[in-house]
Design a protein around this ligand. Structure first.
Ligand code: P5A
Length: 451
């Protein structure tokens, strides 16, 4: 993409309404614009990151054997009356009446809708296990929408639902989700720690939230510092392997890590004092096992092996996709702007032309641009007629992990400058070598294909 043809409305000044750094940087980098309280338009740069996160989520869900689909944002109130949640959900649910006076709602979550699909089409235990998911906008009329996309009213969620014959099978689905979520967050350059939590309006006793530690996080958390040393890393996972998934779940949840709702001071006190931590975290996902809470009242049963009709065991599993954009920025920025991890960056590298309009510099930039594209990378070329300082400031603000600077002095010696946004370190090398280096860097971070 050439910046002269792009739409990147960066702001020079700090917007006064933004209280936390991710909100400030998303506004300043021209990623979002508020449409109403807690509702945002995603401008091109923000949309690109959002799509990349979505694609990572899709890839990891499909890898775990889960099936993508799409349900609507608007739902009929009738299904929610069947589960008993229409009244129970309270003022966070946005209720709408259509022209025929039918009660509708903008879905805050989809347990009822998916259970209805299941009961319509699945009748035998032979069709189980089944996990369906989608990535769709949700609406929760939060009393205090704030911090930009972190606590929105309209927000993008991946929500998945498992249907199993037995509790044991459903707990495997729970563990499978836990493992696939760990992988998903690590690919985004994040450490998200599973913590025992409260299930709230979704229900059930087994639930973990995934928290990214950050001072600006809205959740208060208590944990044994040793949990921060565990990584999933590159290990091979067989998502059908019940014992392996359980072992990973146990490894990641054995140490004390809880949100304030489930915090147990007596248990916490048993951790060696040097390892006791209380901090703040951003909740980027949550998984639930709630058994037959929805299948029983809604009649989602299957014929079991012995011929009897039994309600299915279910769980649901959510990732806050739009919130993650903010969470990644909270975890990765400096005073100049965002620093995207390679796995989620909107463009792989920036090209800064120090002498726009000069034939040699323009031609070198065009060649570099073409070579990067031919190598399968997406550069963002700042081809505007602007001062170098302004170009650097924009690149630093929008946070592309790598920048190639092309100027007349270097070109005389046949070199360009490759700079890491994270370390600030630069290296002079021939343009072909810079391309080769970037290809190598991104070889370990393939762009997610999505669905
Ligand atoms: C699980 C999937 C559920 O709704 N039903 C379907 C279950 N869980 S949850 O924890 O309530 O939400 C899942 C994730 O969505 C994100 N989230 C939000 N993101 C931005 N703004 C909000 N107002 C908001 N509310 C929830 C969180 O990341 C949460 O973990």
């Amino acid at each position: 993409m050439r910046l002269s043809r792009y739409f990147l409305p960066v702001l020079r000044e700090n917007p006064s309404e933004a209280q936390i750094v991710s909100h400030r940087l998303m506004l300043r980098a021209g990623m979002i614009k508020q449409a109403a309280a807690g509702i945002y338009s995603w401008l091109p740069l923000g949309f690109k990151v959002l799509r990349k996160l979505e694609n990572i989520v899709h890839e990891e869900q499909i890898r775990a054997g889960h099936i993508p689909m799409l349900m609507p944002t608007l739902q009929s109130a009738d299904l929610w009356r069947e589960s008993g949640r229409y009244d129970a959900y309270g003022p966070e649910m946005l209720r709408i009446r259509d022209r025929h006076d039918r009660d509708m709602l903008y879905g805050p979550t989809n347990e009822e809708l998916i259970t209805d699909i299941f009961r319509t089409h699945v009748g035998s235990y032979k069709d189980l296990p089944l996990t369906l998911y989608h990535i769709q906008w949700k609406f929760r009329d939060e009393i205090r929408p704030r911090f930009g996309v972190m606590r929105g009213r309209e927000f993008l969620m991946k929500d998945g639902y498992n249907f199993d014959l037995t509790k044991e099978d459903a707990l495997h689905a729970y563990n499978r989700h836990l493992v696939s979520y760990l992988r998903t967050y690590e690919r985004m350059g994040l450490q998200a720690i599973p913590m025992r939590a409260d299930s709230g309006p979704i229900g059930g006793d087994d639930t973990h939230e995934f928290l990214v530690l950050a001072e600006t996080g809205e959740s208060e958390v208590f944990y044994d510092s040793a949990v921060t040393d565990i990584r999933l890393g590159e290990r091979e996972i067989d998502y059908d392997d019940v014992a392996q998934c359980r072992a990973v779940m146990e490894e990641f949840t054995a140490l004390y890590a809880r949100t304030d709702e489930t915090h147990d001071a007596a248990l916490f006190a048993k951790i060696p004092e040097a390892r006791r931590r209380s901090a703040r975290g951003i909740e980027v996902g949550q998984i639930f096992y709630f058994g037959t809470k929805y299948s029983e009242p809604m009649g989602a049963t299957v014929q079991g092996p012995d011929g009897a009709q039994v309600p299915v065991h279910m769980g649901s599993h959510g990732i806050g996709v739009s919130r993650l954009v903010g969470a990644i920025i909270e975890a990765s920025h400096d005073e100049k702007g965002i620093i995207w991890p390679e796995g989620v960056t909107p463009y792989h590298c920036g090209i800064v032309n120090l002498k726009q309009g000069e034939d040699a510099a323009d031609a070198a930039c065009e060649r570099l641009y073409g070579a990067l594209v031919a190598a399968g990378l997406e550069p963002l070329y700042d081809d505007r007629d602007e001062r170098a300082g302004g170009k650097f400031a924009t690149m630093d603000l929008i946070g592309l992990p790598w920048r190639i600077t092309v100027g007349p002095r270097g070109l005389k010696n046949g070199v360009v400058e490759l700079t890491s946004r994270r370390t600030g370190q630069s290296e002079e090398l021939p343009p072909e070598a810079a391309v080769a280096r970037l290809v190598e860097i991104y070889a370990g971070q393939p762009d997610p294909a999505g669905v």
